[in-house]
Design a protein. Structure first.
Ligand code: NDP
Length: 257
């Protein structure tokens, strides 16, 4: 984005999908990045690629599991400058697709611990730094699932409704400290591992979600995030509901070609 001042952006879940696409988009725009996720090898590879193509930016990586409060605290404590301008809370997942009585407790715990508690562990620390600096921006990746409950989506929808509520309440708490809080709520996004993770590594089942129509691409969401970051300090885009054109609601998709 032209004339967007250089920022330092911390992305959770930067090893694939929307987080990785956003890292590439923001690197193109000259921002410094702190990339996080559990898969350190992937983080290092992305870091190598980015600094090679964009030698003017600084890219740091930190491997940790957002569900592990001690790991989150230790990793963030290593950021001595505490000068994160933008926090992108993107790490998250759906796991399983069953009616409530057939749900898997471990899947539920993983979604709740990642999508809600992990987001909170990171946000508490980084928002504290932002309050001290009197500026900052927090962007949460919510979902259409955070707006429209759908069949078999029960616990995932609940976690994303929680993200939606947190975006609102974080904004209420933080706007008076000069901190902008917003979110992007996408429908189906391809070029991610989302469906594969949801269906427990079953690539074929995951691929069916995207068959015979054009969903959003991870780069579409990344461009929206970059635009939100590029707005001047007096502008806060609070929420972007973004759908592929062939998707009307959480469940209605035109697959006629
Ligand atoms: P991906 O599976 O491609 O990416 C998920 C990212 O989250 C990975 O980088 C993964 O990194 C990270 N992550 C998952 N669990 C943890 C954890 N415990 N600790 C740290 N990082 C973790 O999917 P998407 O890019 O699609 O997902 C990004 C966000 O977008 C999620 O919040 C998802 O709910 C949301 N979303 C996705 C949609 C879609 O259709 N794809 C639609 C709407 C919202 P690693 O495994 O290395 O830890």
């Amino acid at each position: 984005m032209k004339n967007s001042p250089k920022k330092k952006v911390l992305i959770t879940g930067a090893t694939s999908g929307i987080g990785r696409a956003t890292a590439y988009e923001l690197a193109r725009e000259g921002h410094d990045l702190i990339l996080t996720g559990r898969r350190d090898d992937r983080l290092k590879k992305i870091q190598d690629e980015l600094v090679q193509v964009h030698p003017g930016i600084h890219v740091r990586t930190m491997a940790f599991d957002v569900r592990n409060q001690a790991q989150v605290e230790e990793a963030l404590a290593s950021l001595k400058d505490q000068d994160v301008d933008v926090l992108l809370n993107n790490a998250g997942l759906a796991k399983g697709f069953s009616e409530i009585h057939e749900g898997d407790l471990e899947d539920w715990e993983q979604m709740i611990d990642t999508n809600i508690k992990g987001l909170l562990y990171v946000s508490k620390i980084v928002s504290g730094w932002m309050v001290k600096r009197g500026k900052g921006q927090i962007l949460n990746i919510c979902s259409v699932a955070g707006k429209q409950p759908y069949p078999n989506g029960n616990v995932y929808c609940a976690t994303k409704h929680a993200v939606d509520a947190l975006t609102h309440t974080m904004r209420i708490d933080l706007h008076k400290y000069g901190i902008r809080v917003g979110q992007v709520s996408p429908s189906h996004v391809e070029e991610t591992e989302f469906a594969e993770v949801r269906f427990d590594g079953d690539k074929e089942r995951g691929q069916q979600v995207y068959e015979n129509w054009q969903p959003l691409k991870s780069s579409d969401v990344a461009e929206i995030i970059a635009f939100m970051i590029s707005r001047p300090a007096h502008v806060n885009i609070q929420d972007v509901d973004v759908f592929g054109s062939q998707q009307a609601t959480a469940t209605i998709v035109d697959r006629s070609g």
